[in-house]
Design a protein around this ligand. Structure first.
Ligand code: ADP
Length: 415
């Protein structure tokens, strides 16, 4: 079965094709084809490759998202990265949908009703929802009536208790759907399943109380507290802005700052949105970059002193917020069996993992410094990087959102 996955960001489009023969494999297989476009300054940077060694990279002088995505998808059946003979060879298409709104949590076949639920939820996440709906339209245009499936990033957190998902504002908020939804659920769920598998504890009878804190640290960052495979709390809320410090997002700040800036500085909603989502976080504090690699490099000796000071402050805030968030999640769970690091920073930065774990000895966290710094060992190697006798297993798990979406598609085509 050929399963195509579309993962839309506000300024990027990632996509991959899985070829699943027979039954569903236990481990995520490699993509038969994968492509990515990033838009910046009126240009599109694209890179596409297939499992047979075909690849193409380049820049297209178009800021038109639709054109870019169509070009990307056509390379599935034409040119040097071809893997299928035509559009009709694609059996099902899965979309990562950031926000399912108050009614959609389980993966769903895209119907007119599901589409309008996503449209309604676009009031909560306008940038993402627009790209997702556009992706669905383009697929319908190029692939006709192929089955399309929406997999919601909010879905995994549907099990949070009302005490964790309700904001202590006026009760009307709750009635209006203003509540904590949480995001990154597709990957947090993968980590919740992968952690006991990696530790060889899938048959463990005590697994029904297995407690995991998963740290998804990419451009966006969030924690999830997971008990018995279910989300009981998370740091993102009504939007993906709440919680940890991120690449360009502030994470949680005193809402009084927002009302102060509106009153005293006459900032508009759009200006505040832009400030909190695009000009804050690592970028806002360092003034250098939203990319953790550049922040870490600027903290080293030899960097310009004023840049170094701000980069160090950015890193210190990032780590401080992570430590306090992990402590809070541990308290909600009443203890911790495994701490998982995943996504760009979590998978690739021994320095950040070591800094975060440094203060968590009270929870039983202790890293094996050598194992931690030897990583990454390989693209797909998940690892236990904790000291042998530590009370908590610290795991590095590669994010597998696309595979989770493909799996949901496969399941929905079996019924
Ligand atoms: P997204 O959230 O867009 O899916 P990723 O999960 O790929 O992104 O994470 C991207 C981030 O990962 C980059 O912005 C960068 O900060 C970080 N990153 C990638 N490689 C490294 C590395 N070797 N060291 C530190 N950070 C890294």
């Amino acid at each position: 079965m050929n399963v195509l996955v579309l993962n839309s960001g506000s300024s990027s489009q990632k996509s991959c094709l899985y070829q699943i023969e027979g039954s569903l494999p236990e481990q995520p297989p490699a993509c038969a084809w994968e492509g990515k476009i990033e838009w910046a300054d009126g240009k599109a940077e694209y890179s596409i490759k297939n499992a047979h060694g075909g690849s193409q990279k380049g820049q297209a002088a178009t800021s038109d998202r639709g054109e870019g995505i169509e070009g990307l998808l056509r390379s599935l059946w034409s040119g040097g990265t071809q893997v299928v003979s035509g559009p009709s060879d694609v059996d099902v298409v899965g979309h990562r949908v950031v926000h399912g709104g108050p009614h959609y949590f389980e993966p769903a076949v895209v119907t007119a009703e599901v589409r309008s639920a996503i449209e309604r939820a676009s009031a909560f996440a306008p940038l993402h929802s627009r790209s997702e709906l556009q992706g669905m339209e383009i697929v319908a245009k190029l692939l006709g009536t192929v089955k399309q499936v929406a997999v919601f990033d909010t879905g995994f957190h549907r099990t949070m208790a009302l005490s964790a998902s309700t904001y202590p504002g006026p009760y009307e908020w709750f009635e209006q759907g203003i509540r904590r939804y949480g995001f990154h659920g597709i990957n947090h769920q993968y980590c919740a399943e992968r952690a006991p598998q990696l530790l060889g504890r899938l048959d463990d009878e005590k697994l029904n109380s297995f407690k995991v804190v998963s740290c998804h640290l990419g451009n966006g960052c969030s924690l999830a507290a997971i008990r018995d495979g279910h989300s009981v709390d998370t740091t993102m809320g009504f939007t993906p802005l709440e919680g940890l410090m991120m690449g360009t997002r502030s994470g949680s700040v005193d809402p009084g700052i927002v009302t102060y800036l509106m009153r005293q500085k006459k900032l508009s909603g759009e200006q505040l949105d832009d400030m909190l989502n695009k000009k804050s976080g690592l970028l806002g504090i360092s003034g250098i970059s939203s990319d953790m690699r550049e922040i870490l490099a600027a903290t080293k000796n030899g960097a310009e002193p004023s840049k170094q000071m701000r980069a160090k402050l950015a890193l210190d805030i990032y780590v401080h917020r992570l430590q306090s968030g992990i402590g809070a999640m541990g308290a909600v769970l009443g203890g911790l069996d495994a701490l998982v690091f995943t996504a760009g920073v979590g998978e690739n930065s021994p320095e950040v993992r070591a800094a975060v774990c440094e203060n968590l000895g009270f929870l039983g966290v202790r890293l094996d410094q050598e194992k931690n710094s030897r990583l990454p060992l390989g693209k797909d190697v998940d690892q236990d990087i904790s000291a042998k006798d530590a009370g908590v297993r610290v795991l590095m798990i590669h994010a597998q959102e696309d595979w989770m979406i493909a799996r949901a598609c496969w399941n929905l085509t079996q019924s």
